[in-house]
Design a protein around this ligand. Sequence first.
Ligand code: KIV
Length: 277
Amino acid sequence: MNDPKGEIRRISVSDIQARKGGVPLACLTAYSKPMAQWLDPHMDLLLVGDSLAMVIYGMETTRGVTLDAMINHGAAVMRGSERACVVVDLPHGTYEDSPQQAYASARRVLDETGVQAVKLEGGVEMAETIRHLTDQGIAVLGHIGLLPQKAENRGGFKIQGRDDEGWKRVMADGQAVTEAGAFAIVIEGTVEALAREITETVAVPTIGIGASPGCDGQILVTDDALGLFSDFTPTFVKRYAELGEDINRAAEAYAADVRARSFPGLEHCFGVPKDKK
Ligand code: KIV
């Protein structure tokens, strides 16, 4: 976003909130400085998601990542971006015990990275915590529907809202998170009509992943969208590139060059007379 002098200005949480019902928000995850640099010119919001536990560190769930790790990745993404709104996930075990615990964790994330907001998973049961954070001036991105941090306790990675009870629960979650002051809400893994109804009901933007084209924005895990993470590809992912295959080809070509002594060439070496290069 440009300010009146034409200088680049970072998109704020208020800018995101003001996009309710407008041009859809384009959001992706980012975990590193170089990836943030590539994505920043195009994205409204970059999420330093705890999905990095699985995508970067090869853990089986998102629950193993620490607050320190999230802070390191958040700081890296801030170094690589100047335009997008950046949000860091509060990882499992750092916010659920009490609003005070959540405040201490969120405070560290904001102070040590400079990002604009934190995201935390949960609806009605986290409303008091979200209210506590927002009352203290900490911007919160809500996350309802399928909750990866809690999936183990809820019978796995299941699409939410297939039955009446589940539908009502996620609707109530959307309302509670909005009333508690979240500036926007990620809706993950719900039946399409439920995400659409929540979007029509709540006053803040909804950002869908495996949700609905009717949401106010969309988010994907970048490594899924770019073909870098190939352990599995969920149905809701569209692959925009096959970078994993490019890496494979590049590594094969490099190994062949090294083994054939065709890399390095003299042009890659120091102190070689110009006529030999
Ligand atoms: O951790 C993450 O990447 C997320 C997105 C899937 C929304 O929470």
